[in-house]
Design a protein around this ligand. Structure first.
Ligand code: ZN
Length: 386
């Protein structure tokens, strides 16, 4: 049983991050772990985070959807969690996958505001409406994770459509995210020398080589960019490298997103060996696996241009503006490269596509991969033996 829980927590770990380019919603971990109505189990359980992540994934119809958790620092020693769960939260905190704070609720709303993300919460924020008018004017943006006859789901707190399509960061958020920041606190994991607090959102993006571009947005204290964890003023460490968020779409379904930044090209293929490479193998048919090379296309940002370099054996194609008309398809031959304009899509094999995430409003995935895959039998046992 302990083994199964560890596997579930590992799966969940792949879906938490503080990378502003990848996170799709913010939530308060200390709140979510106490949704006892999800499973009737212990007063607090980390597995409920997985239930909420799955609900968001289903809502967005997309696989590998990460959330940005803020964590009250008391949760690190909360006796309602198991010692294993507390250890996991501490590790996430040490790795910068979550923000540990004295006042997470305020920060959660600030993050949602700066990054243009929805908030997953059952809390009421009536006292915050003056500061964050969107809490009432954009009802689809405050989503409560609740039980429904079809299982856990997200509903708009104010009623209405529970959908929020983010236009991206707010003007203030964009300004903060255009720079890199440094915290004077030695070893600060969010704003330290090693760069940002993100990039750990997928197991194959090793945390050790996290890129600075994944840094979270600073908090504003009296208008000054500050470290949310250490409450100290940050210094400006120069411009943040350009970044583009791309999606892998296989058979019309968005399987994952990844970030290409000016300081970090990304290799995509059947099974790239380099760290940070995007592995497609698990989503491919037999034919596609035979066609697509281990290393197939490298994506780079050069002087603001997104460039695709074919490094494969069989070559690729580009669909200009996302056109699905075969007459429009341009061959991207072996060793050739091409600058990708807004809606252009690189096709490694028919139906295996990479493009800017903004091209696809819906992920098109009817049954997203659950982080709880190892959990079904265990959830039952939790109820029987709390
Ligand atoms: Zn700090």
């Amino acid at each position: 049983m302990r083994f199964e829980i560890s596997k579930v927590l590992d799966a969940i770990e792949g879906r938490v991050c503080t990378d502003p380019s990848l996170a799709r919603a913010v939530l308060d971990l200390a709140e979510v772990v106490r949704y006892t109505d999800f499973d009737g189990g212990r007063p607090a359980s980390m597995l409920r985070l997985g239930i909420v992540i799955d609900a968001l994934s289903r809502q967005l119809e997309e696989d590998s959807v990460p959330v940005y958790p803020v964590v009250h620092r008391a949760l690190l020693s909360d006796a309602d969690l198991t010692s294993n769960e507390r250890m996991v939260v501490r590790r996430w905190a040490d790795d910068g996958l979550v923000e540990v704070l004295p006042n997470p609720v305020e920060r959660m709303l600030e993050l949602a505001d700066l990054l243009g993300l929805p908030v997953l919460s059952r809390m009421r924020f009536d006292g915050m409406l003056g500061r964050y008018p969107w809490l009432s004017s954009q009802p689809g943006r405050l989503l409560a994770p609740v039980n429904s006859p079809n299982g856990p789901t997200l509903v708009a707190q104010a009623g209405g459509k529970a959908v929020w399509t983010s236009p991206g960061p707010s003007p203030t958020g964009a300004k903060l995210l255009s720079r890199l920041w440094r915290c004077p606190e030695p070893g600060c994991v969010l704003f330290g020398d090693g760069g940002g607090g993100g990039g750990g959102s997928f197991a194959d993006l090793a945390r050790s080589d996290r890129e600075p571009g994944g840094q979270p947005p600073p908090t504003l204290r009296g208008g000054a960019p500050s470290c949310p964890r250490h409450d100290r003023r940050l210094t400006d460490a120069g411009p943040r490298p350009d970044a583009e968020v791309l999606s892998v779409r296989v058979g019309g379904q968005v399987r994952r997103r990844f970030v290409v930044s000016a300081d970090r090209p990304v290799m995509v293929g059947r099974a790239p060996e380099e760290s940070g490479g995007v592995v497609l193998g698990q989503w491919l048919s037999e034919e596609a696996r035979r066609w697509i090379s281990r290393n197939h296309v490298r994506f780079e940002l050069r002087g603001g241009d997104l460039v695709a370099f074919d490094v494969s054996t069989n070559g690729s194609g580009v669909r200009p503006g996302g056109s699905m008309d075969e007459d429009d398809r341009i061959a991207l031959k072996q060793q050739a490269n091409r600058v990708l304009r807004g809606g252009d899509i690189v096709e490694l094999y028919p139906g295996v596509q990479i493009g800017r995430s903004s091209n696809w409003t819906s992920g098109g995935v009817i049954n997203p991969t659950s982080v709880m895959a190892e959990a079904p039998t265990m959830a039952m046992r939790v109820i029987e033996r709390p």
